[in-house]
Write a protein that binds this ligand. Structure first.
Ligand code: AMP
Ligand code: ZN
Ligand code: FE
Ligand code: FE
Length: 280
């Protein structure tokens, strides 16, 4: 592997093709290692299916893998996604709940394909499923299929036009609200952190309510945060006794987001997160 070290040592937000990332868990971890990452959370949406492969590769290339999942939610609070850390991939009761969320993801993408078809965009569900390679379905797979067909000039462009929230083809998620997501993570012994708070509508109102439900962290360090947003998150972390977390949210598709290890996360973060385990 290339001795290419350009990233920071900790990345607590990454996606593989077990959800809507482009790389296998093994390739994702190898890429992280090559960029200097030493502790990585695999946080695929609504699944822990990639954790075993990531842990095996991590053992070989010197990356400690923290099992995690990102729960996307639907509510009046905008995109309030919840990262759950230190979750047990063998927890069957949790897996049952995650499977329900994945089924809802699939149905939602099916509905979006139907709507796109009705609008004259001849994208095929079978191709979308092929792109997903069995991973938890999401709009990124749809975006890629639309790009392949030439309906959008770039992968990223699809999110601003055909599959944007205000587009006629958009279908809302059926799933958890942010409180249910935090509660689910806690119930299964995980440590919940609020992902990319910049996409939340009404952050200052939401935070104390989520803290009451068991929220333990806030993703203060994030590629798309301005220095002001990071400072605001750190201030909220202080007020509510939350652990500031951070990560790249790397998907490896399009130009969206930051590369692995692309966001500085303080070394003490892991210890602080671990201290918030227990207390279900
Ligand atoms: P979904 O959960 O199916 O609504 O898809 C959300 C995912 O789409 C996020 O995890 C991002 O990876 C991706 N995404 C959302 N907005 C954009 C955007 N503007 N450009 C590129 N990717 C995006
Ligand atoms: Zn994603
Ligand atoms: Fe997210
Ligand atoms: Fe994410």
């Amino acid at each position: 592997m290339a001795a290419l070290t350009t990233g920071y040592a900790i990345d607590l937000h990454t996606h593989s093709l077990r959800s809507d990332g482009a790389l296998s868990p093994a390739d994702l971890v190898k890429r992280a290692a090559a960029r200097g990452v030493r502790i990585q959370a695999l946080s695929d949406h609504d699944t822990l299916a990639g954790v075993a492969e990531a842990v095996a590769t991590g053992a070989a290339v010197g990356v400690r893998i923290i099992p995690a999942t990102e729960l996307n939610t639907e509510s009046e609070w905008g995109d309030a996604h919840v990262l759950g850390y230190f979750i047990d991939p063998e927890d069957l009761e949790l897996e049952e709940r995650l499977r329900w969320l994945r089924e809802n993801r699939g149905r939602r993408i099916e509905l979006m394909v139907e709507k796109l078809n009705a609008l004259g965009y001849a994208v095929e569900l079978s191709r979308v499923l092929e792109i997903a390679q069995g991973g938890a379905l999401g709009r990124p797979h749809l975006a890629q299929a639309l790009f392949e067909k030439g309906y959008v000039p770039s992968y990223d462009d699809a999110f601003d036009t055909l599959i944007a929230k205000d587009s006629p083809a958009y279908v809302a998620r059926v799933g958890l609200d942010p409180f249910e997501a935090v509660t689910l993570v806690r119930k299964h012994g995980g440590v919940p952190s609020l992902a990319h708070p910049g996409t939340v509508i009404g952050l200052d109102e939401l935070l104390p309510k989520l803290v009451a439900a068991g929220l333990a962290g806030i993703e203060a360090y994030y590629g798309e945060h301005s220095p002001e947003m990071t400072a605001r998150c750190l201030a909220r972390a202080g007020e509510h006794d939350l652990v500031p977390t951070g990560g790249s949210d790397f998907h490896g598709r399009g130009d969206h987001g930051t590369d692995l290890g692309g966001v500085f996360v303080p070394p003490e973060t892991i210890e602080h997160l671990e201290s918030r385990r227990q207390a279900a």
